[in-house]
Design a protein around this ligand. Sequence first.
Ligand code: 8X3
Length: 246
Amino acid sequence: MKTDETVVVTGVTSGIGLACARTLLRQGSKVIGIGRREDRLNALADEFHGSFHPLQCDVRDKQSLNERINELPEAFATISKLVNAAGLLQGHGKLLDITDEQIATMLDTNVHGLINVTRALLPRLIASGQGHVVNLSSIGAHVHYQGGHVYAASKAFVDHFGRCLRTELVGSRVRLTTIAPGKTRSEFALVQNEGDQARADQVYSSLTPLQPEDVANAVVWALRQPPHVNINLIELTPADQELSYR
Ligand code: 8X3
């Protein structure tokens, strides 16, 4: 399927963001990938030459983000879709067990970063006449569990921010979808555990986790609905993920 759309994907260098980018590129979309790791961005640009534009940037850095977006080459300047996939969890335990720095990193990335990218791109999405924002939230936004605190609440922000933004987008031809996945095997657990692979593996030891591609399928399905259909929310989890703490 060849499309003429250009999609911005944040968090594109790993996990769900990467799976979304790969699925969209294989379907013929052009993708602008926002991420911090230059080597991985360049590898994608080599693999999808001409269809993938690397935008090396930290979503927390609003000024640099806006500058880089304003410098986009003509072939990638008309943007109609945004997938906000950048997000992270850092640390373990109760609220007093995590550091100020971990709290700031999660809030700056999951909340401010998502706001920065959305505000930077919204004028282009509106101008396209076929805009769509897909925000990656989490099952953690819908259930409460011990140890959730800052991360889960940051994802509840994503959920509620999306619902409110959707009300002001009605009539603008910009649709908005929230995707709330459960445990998904990716570098997410490695980041949470500061690179400790054994501890990261434990996160998925009691179940068969979602793969990033499972979540990407939901994202792309929502994007591919006819223009009169807005998918508001998709919540998906591993079949064997415990939800009794709802
Ligand atoms: C993380 C998913 O199930 O670990 O977004 O809370 S879960």
